[in-house]
Every structure is written in C-alpha cells, then in structure tokens.
Design a protein around this ligand. Structure first.
Ligand SMILES: [Zn+2]
Length: 455
C-alpha cells in the first residue's frame, strides 16, 4: 500500500515537473525598449519649410528617438527605431545601419528606421538640402547634430538590447479622422466641409497598434501609426507636433510604457484645421484615444516568429534636363530651382551624367502569421496604402521609413502634378518628376517581398 502510494506520488511530482518545464520552454517573444532625447542642444535651423528665416528659438517639448528590439522564439532579432524628425537621407541611413550591424549584429532587413515627419525638428544630414540657404555656422551645426544623432542612435539600440525580457505581443487597428486630403479640400473650407460631411479625396483613417505586454499583462510598449503630415505647427519651437503629443499622452496614460509613433502614407494628408499648439495637442489626444480604444479591446495575439526582407528597386526619373537647361536654371528667380541646378551641375561635372534612377528601398516584416508590415521610403501618398491593403489583406503600410528621399506619388497623383506629383522634387534636389512606372514598380516589389516573408 505504502509502496503504491509512493509510486502515485512520484508520478504526480514527475508530471508536474515536466509541466513546469514545458511552460518554461513555451515559445515566447522577448523585447527591449529604450528612448533618448534628440532635441538639439543649440538653436539651429529647423526642417520642413523653406520659408523659415531664422533658427529655432525655443521648445514646446523634447524630441525623442526610441528603439524597440524584438526577438522571436528561435532567436531572430529585429529593431524599430522611431525619431521625432522630418526626415533622414540615404547616406545617414546607410551609415547608421552599417554601424548597427557592426556593433549589434543586425542585418539590413532587421532594421526599420522611421521618422514622424514633424516640421518642428532640426535639419539632418543632406535631407531637403535645396530647401535651405544655410550659412557656414548653420552648416556646421547641422553637421555636428547629424554626427551626434548617429552616435546616440547606435547607443540607443544597444540600450534597448540590454532590456530584453519575455513578453506577449498583440495587434489591432483603430480609427480617427483628423487626416484630411489636402489636394482635394481648400484648407479654409475644411471645418465647413467636415460639418457637412462633404470632404473630398482618398484618406486612410486607420490607426495600427502593436502592443507589447510583460508576462503579467502590463502594457510596456505601444507602437502606433497614422497616415497624416505632422504639420499642425510651422513656428520656431522644437516640437513633435501631433505625433509628439500623442506619444506623451499615451506615456501619461500608461506610465510604465514607452510609446513609439510611425508615420503612414500621409504625404497628401494634412491635419486640418491647424496652426495652433492647442490643435496639435488636441489631435495628439484624439490619436491617443484611438490607440487606447484598441488596447482596451481584445487584440489579436502575435505568434513569436518574425521574418524580414529588404530590397531596392530602381525607379526611373522622367525626362532629365539637359546641361543647357541646368545652366539656365542657375539664374532662375526661384531660389530653390537655382539651388537645385547648381547642385546638379556639380554632380554632372563629377560623374559626367545625371542619375537616371533612384534605388528605392522596400522593407517588409512578417510578425507571426497574421501581421505583415510594409515600410516604404519617402513621402508616400495615401493611394499606396489603400491599394496595398486591398490587394494584400491584413497589412500595415508605413511611409517615411529608412530614407526620406522625395515625395512618392501614385500614377494618378503623378499625372495630376502639383506639389506631391511634381514640384516637391525641386526641394529634394532631384532633376525632374518621376517617370510613369513608379507605382507599378513599387507595388510589384512590395508583392514580391510580401510573398517571400509569407512563405
Ligand atoms: Zn512632407
């Protein structure tokens, strides 16, 4: 009898031990997050508007860079770096990724760089260089800020890696409506048109949310996006605009969490009406409400598996200007056209030819089996996210990722012309508008990369 009871007891102990062992080994995500202030220490030139006539004069709140490192069950890591900045250029991005590989072992496809596109951040690197006429002092400040930013971001990713702990990840989509198609609605008419329900043009009002909870269920990291220009404000104060306020709001509501914003395909979308700090704060809260509603509702669990892909596709420009045309343009009364012509002539002298194509980056992350996250570069118009969501099902589409090289019009917007389809190319220093294959090439590349990670 005693003998039998002993056998039964040992069985229970062994069974329990193996159950605990199985629980410990249950596949899980690990995540680490870190943040760092990137507000310039000096009042240097601000990015996003050519009409500014002096450097920054103050600060509404700090600008931040944040890094979230994810590791899936088999141990593959990837890192999202978000920045409260208007843009980063290709050279900055490539140098940073090379350093992140060297120091922290990340492959290119495992690094997603994302800017909020706030128009109250500093000029960085060569981004939008023909938009500004900087003197020697300002040029020097941009150079040293850019170097400092690079160094801070490398350290930031290292700090996030040191914070890795087991987590649960889930996702969902919310909704908020302040993004307004700026090509189709006159700014001053927007309040009236909104009241009448008569706003025109395509919009993407989804608010994608990724939530990282610790094993006790506490919210630790919130990643969220929205497809709308961060252009409520255009003054001389450092400020994250509505995405900055939204991040602050969420970190207030979830004090143990870090909130990271990524911009969607909002190149032709403005937050309207705009121009006051009060409105930027109000849109921030509105976006925060949309995110909180997702966090409070049941969210879809993400299996601990990640696949990453990154490639470039050559996008041809339209008809390139001749050398004579560029020489003629150097005398243009439009200072931006003249600045672009001088820059292109320098390139022409150096290399003997103007570049026919731009190697456009396309990145895709597959999280678990359900969530496909496409990161496009440049200022992408909303047609891309609407089309890709329709063609590819459950996906998120980020813009302003990895290399903010230019506006990226759809074929429709390219044909219509205007700022997003044509004249914005001047400020980005490109020789002319994009060629007509832009949409077809980008969409085909996204499809191919999505097929790779979904395999
Ligand atoms: Zn923009």
């Amino acid at each position: 009898m005693v003998h039998r009871a002993f056998i039964a007891l040992s069985f229970i102990v062994v069974f329990e031990a193996s159950f605990i062992h199985a629980q410990e080994k249950a596949p899980t995500w690990q995540a680490g997050v870190a943040k760092v202030v990137i507000t310039p220490r000096e009042f240097m030139w601000m990015s996003g508007y050519g009409a500014r006539t002096k450097p920054a004069e103050g600060k509404v709140h700090e600008l931040w860079a944040k890094a979230l490192v994810l590791q899936d069950a088999p141990g593959k890591r990837c890192v999202l770096v978000t920045m409260d900045l208007v843009g980063i250029d290709r050279v900055f991005s490539e140098e940073l990724c090379a350093e992140l590989k060297k120091r922290h072992g990340f492959q290119r496809s495992e690094i997603m760089l994302s800017v909020s596109h706030t128009h109250c951040g500093p000029v960085v690197g060569r981004n939008l260089m023909t938009m500004y006429n900087l003197d020697e002092k300002q040029n020097q400040l941009v150079k040293s800020y850019t170097q400092e930013l690079h160094d801070k971001l490398v350290k930031l990713v290292g700090a996030a890696q040191k914070m890795m702990t087991p987590v649960q990840i889930s996702w969902g989509n919310g909704f908020t409506t302040f993004a307004t198609n700026r090509r189709e609605n006159k700014e001053t008419d927007v309040p009236k048109l909104r009241d009448l329900g008569q706003l025109k043009g395509p919009v993407d009002h989804e608010v994608p949310v990724l939530c990282v909870r610790d094993m006790s269920g506490k919210v630790r990291t919130i990643v969220f996006g929205y497809a709308c220009h961060a252009t409520v404000l255009s003054f001389y104060q450092w400020c994250g605009d509505y995405p900055g306020f939204a991040q602050l709001e969420l970190e207030k509501r979830y004090p143990e969490a870090t909130a990271l914003f990524f911009a969607g395909c909002g190149a032709d979308q403005n937050p309207l009406p705009r121009r006051t700090v009060d409105l930027a704060e109000r849109y921030g809260k509105q976006l925060g409400d949309a995110v909180e509603a997702v966090l409070k509702a049941p969210m879809a669990n993400v299996r601990p598996a990640v696949k990453t892909a990154y490639t470039t596709v050559d996008i041809p420009f339209g008809e390139l200007p001749s050398r004579e045309k560029l020489v003629q343009d150097t005398a243009s009364k439009n200072q931006y056209i003249a600045a672009r012509a001088k820059m292109l002539l320098k390139d022409l002298e150096k290399t003997g030819t103007l570049k026919q194509n731009y190697p456009y980056p396309v990145q895709v992350w597959q999280l678990g089996s359900d969530l496909t996250w496409v990161a496009l570069s440049g200022e992408v118009v909303v047609d891309y996210s609407l089309r890709l969501k329709e063609e590819l099902g459950k996906i998120w589409v980020a813009g302003y990722a990895n290399d903010v090289l230019a506006y990226i019009p759809s074929l429709r917007v390219l044909k219509e012309g205007g700022y997003e389809g044509d004249t914005s190319m001047i400020y980005y220093g490109h020789p002319c508008a994009w060629g007509p294959r832009i949409e077809e090439l980008i969409v085909a590349t996204v499809h191919a990369q999505v097929a790779r990670v979904r395999k």
